[in-house]
Design a protein around this ligand. Sequence first.
Ligand code: ATP
Ligand code: MG
Length: 113
Amino acid sequence: MEKIEAIIRPEKLEAVKNALAAQGFMGLNVIGVTGRGVQKGIIHAGRTGEKVEIDMLPKVKLQLVVKDQDRERAVDIIMNAARTGVIGDGKIFITPVSEAIRVRTGERGEQVL
Ligand SMILES: Nc1ncnc2c1ncn2[C@@H]1O[C@H](COP(=O)(O)OP(=O)(O)OP(=O)(O)O)[C@@H](O)[C@H]1O
Ligand SMILES: [Mg+2]
């Protein structure tokens, strides 16, 4: 099993959730985060022309655990739904998950996903 953590634009959350659901990926968490990437936030001109630097930008972190065989399919769905082509589209991190347990039944492994 693999945990996919996708940090995306908040305005893309609905599209990504819908695209995942349409392909059978139901279980997930959504966490509001503030973060920065390589551009270290943004700088833009204020009303009087002064430079306003915003270090940390609001993003959404989507977290889902998937079967090994579903990993690339889930990544593709997220990328296609989240991408605008402009800097700040987000990042995806993937880590191995050693166990999953359904509390109600005690079932374990990929079958609980
Ligand atoms: N190295 C990192 N570790 C953890 N989180 C990160 C990392 N880089 C980016 N993030 C998170 O992803 C969000 C979006 O990052 P962003 O899309 O700006 O990445 P980027 O590498 O700067 O790519 P781009 O050039 O497309 O902007 C950040 O606001 C932050 O929450
Ligand atoms: Mg960036």
